[in-house]
Design a protein around this ligand. Structure first.
Ligand SMILES: NC(=O)C1=CN([C@@H]2O[C@H](COP(=O)(O)OP(=O)(O)OC[C@H]3O[C@@H](n4cnc5c(N)ncnc54)[C@H](O)[C@@H]3O)[C@@H](O)[C@H]2O)C=CC1
Ligand SMILES: O=C([O-])CC(=O)C(=O)O
Length: 276
């Protein structure tokens, strides 16, 4: 299917993989206009389901198979389930293009993509996403970070179906008080909760890595938001950060995640950039 993108010379061509909770908001923002950027293509699993949305855009993009986005765009935004990460990112970075990765937990098992990007002049950009303060963690990591600890609390609906819960036969449906499900490294958490703790992996990559970043995951029937609290101890500063995310139509995903990607896209061609 071919769209009618209004590509202007010199504009950064952007493609989006996955039009779910995050992808539709990014597509809408690009269609409404981000300086210097054009939405040129999208990949969807079921084109019929997205026909009205895509047709309703002012400049409907092309619909392409997920692994062809890197051929047509300068920058591919991955916002599909994490098992599609490689199919989206590899074709882009091996052509020297950039990929924005939101399913960042999936990057841990595909870390050779970073080497592939490096070898071909490509880039992998991880937005702050549903988290806060990766600028401060990046800055502290120029010095020495001693520890990073994170506690995530989610409403029960936001955790249902997580592999860790299923494999351990944990019944969270009838919880009356908070239950600590997991405590360990960000790497292990990403395996057990692939759709829940991308934030912990982003935090770890900004700081001391997935093996030294510690996280607790709680199922909490007393909260209505996805709550993340972080404590960082470094030789330059000690800081505590917290964010209480309003879930989107996907209860696992905070509303701010798409906004974080849109903010990152705006920085690609901005004259004034604030924050690292
Ligand atoms: N980095 C962060 O802070 C955060 C990351 N995430 C992650 O972002 C990703 C996207 O999240 P949501 O938009 O909430 O998920 P979603 O489930 O709402 O959307 C995913 C979309 O990908 C589509 N899709 C699946 N297979 C596809 C294929 N082969 N080709 C094209 N499209 C395909 C699905 O049909 C769906 O529309 C997830 O991996 C999620 O875990 C979510 C929240 C925070
Ligand atoms: O939206 C959130 O609060 C965080 C989230 O789902 C993730 O990190 O995957």
């Amino acid at each position: 299917m071919t769209g009618t993108t209004s590509a202007k010379p010199g504009e950064l061509q952007v493609a989006i993989a996955g039009l779910g909770s995050i992808g539709t908001k990014i597509a809408t923002a690009l269609d409404q206009g981000i300086d210097g950027l054009t939405l040129s293509a999208v990949a969807v699993r079921d084109p019929a389901k997205h026909q009205d949305f895509i047709g309703g855009l002012r400049h409907p993009p092309k619909i392409l198979p997920i692994d062809q986005l890197g051929e047509v765009a300068d920058l591919v935004v991955e916002c599909a389930p994490s098992h599609q990460l490689r199919a989206i990112v590899e074709p882009a970075v091996k052509r020297g293009k950039a990929a924005v990765v939101v399913s960042v937990g999936g990057l841990l098992d595909n870390f050779d993509l970073v080497d592939l990007a490096r070898a071909n002049g490509g880039r992998i950009l991880v937005p702050t996403g549903a988290l806060i303060g990766l600028d401060a963690v990046n800055a502290a990591s120029i010095g020495t970070i001693h520890s990073v600890r994170m506690v995530t609390r989610k409403p029960v609906d936001g955790l249902k179906g997580a592999p860790f819960i299923v494999q351990n036969n944990i019944d969270i449906d009838n919880l009356r008080e908070p239950l600590k499900l997991f405590e360990g490294s960000a790497r292990e958490a990403a395996k057990g909760f692939p759709a829940n703790v991308n934030v912990a992996v982003a935090l770890s990559l900004a700081g001391i890595g997935p093996d030294r970043t510690q996280i607790q995951v709680w199922a909490d029937p007393t909260v209505t938001r996805n709550v993340h609290r972080i404590e960082v101890e470094a030789d330059s500063a000690r800081f505590s950060m917290g964010i209480e995310n309003i879930p989107s139509e996907n209860p696992k995903t905070g509303l701010i995640t798409a906004l974080s990607v849109i903010a990152l896209l705006k920085k690609q061609r901005a004259t004034l950039c604030v924050g690292t």
